[in-house]
Design a protein around this ligand. Sequence first.
Ligand code: CA
Length: 225
Amino acid sequence: MRRITIVEDELSIAEMLRLNLELESFEVSVFHNGGEAIRNLETLTSSDLVILDVMLPEKTGFEILTEIRKISQVPAIILSAKGSTHDRIHGLKLGANDYLPKPFDLEELLLRIHNLLPDKETKNPNMSIGSKTVNIETFEVTSLESNTVEELSKREIELLQLFFEKSGQVVSRDEILDRLWGKDVFPTSRTIDNYILAFRKIFEKDPKNPVFFHSIRGVGYKFTP
Ligand code: CA
């Protein structure tokens, strides 16, 4: 079951959201206090989606989102009475995926939630690279030729997904860093290079002459399926 975490201090809104999301078959966690949400950050980052109010006791929704984005790209919707253009831009810049001013329309919110959630039931979890198949849910790479199974890390899977989305295009280092590490962490370029070297070892017949994972000097990387 997919889980949504709500941080909202107005009890009536929090309960209304909980009931309606449960009717939509979501499991729902609720925090009524910003500080409490940050102390339980793991609950938020392990959710499938988070809904954040902005004006909260102790910590604002913006502060919570900043903490989340240091370690996670979980889809986040801000729901706030602070609905000015300035506030919305601020929220989106911090990494919110959507921003709905209060009062909001429930049907619209539900539609926006569904838009942000990948449709797990119908999505094929397999990606093919050469003679190997990557399962993005089990993190396993299986080889048709040698019948072997290798396991990738979550970050390797995320990087592969990014390459797949951008097949044939150059993906810059900044884009990779933003998407995988968040804005406040700065791994060195070498870190990404090491991921590419690992991918070549796994997927390329001849890692020295790659056909899938290319380095574009000074710019970034390109994946050619
Ligand atoms: Ca509030």
